[in-house]
Design a protein around this ligand. Sequence first.
Ligand code: GLU
Length: 336
Amino acid sequence: MRPGIKKGEGDMKKNSLIIVIVLSFVLVVSGAGLSVAEKTRFYTIGTGGVTGVYYPTGGAISRIVNAKKQEFNMRLTVESTGGSVYNVNAIMSGDLDFGIVQSDRQFQAIRGLAEWKDKGAQKDLKAVFSIHPESVTLLAGNDTGIKSIKDLKGKHVNIGNPGSGQRQNSIDALTSVGINYKVDVKAEGLKASEAPGVLLDGRIDAFFYTVGHPSGAFKEATAGTRKVRFVPIVLDDSFYLNFPYYARSVVPMSFYPSAVNDKDVPTFGVKATFVTHSRIPDEDVYNVVKEIFVNFENFKKLHPAYSVLTKESMLSGLSAPLHPGAVKYYKEAGLL
Ligand code: GLU
């Protein structure tokens, strides 16, 4: 009997030991799991329509940074949005963490101008880097006879959705040639992703889109049966003095061989910029910037619109103060 009792006690002790070991293992594993889950930061990048360049740019940035997602405990995702103005507002409200925004819109938001006149200066908006150049691009049905921006008078024109960057660019261009967008044209507020289809159907005469080239939107708009023309927007020096954030630019026709144009088209433009909010931790912004700059040559290969980029150009065209995490990297890399 004694040996039996002893054996039973021994088994119980052994069993309790096993239970304790298993329980500790479960606790350690689930605890570790929990701490990893707690530490992973998910950040959403606001872009633009899927046929623009912002959307693939958000994808390019995420692809490079997410290669180190385990190491950084951070994961970037991309959202298609209505464009620059929407992105600034959503970053400010916390719905987005990063965003791509036209340089002119960044300039206005940080100073409380244009769409931010009532809300005031968006002081927590922080610049991260500049990206590709964007041109204010005007495309018209060839059958409309529109050959200059002045010919838009009396026409049916998409100037861009509220929330887009291009809407104000269209208005500035029209105003500068004496066209009041409220009375002299039939202005539509369609999204850039919808405009090519509507132009090809003959439901509008022309549309504006401020975008990098090449873009899916203009590939689509030049690939239909309706012949289309890129319309030059040639403005005098006073325009550039009035609007310091605009610069002369050109739309290369090599990207759109089906357009009726036979040479590159002069217009004006801005830059796409990458912005965030001061609440995003320095370490995370530092890691984003560092990965893009360390993998700069790979990044440049991800879209033909990046072919003109240099590391130095990525620090110009920014009007909001740089995020401290970006400053840390630029100082380290000798770029500041
Ligand atoms: N520039 C446009 C905007 O801010 C977006 C262009 C794009 O998606 O590439 O609304």
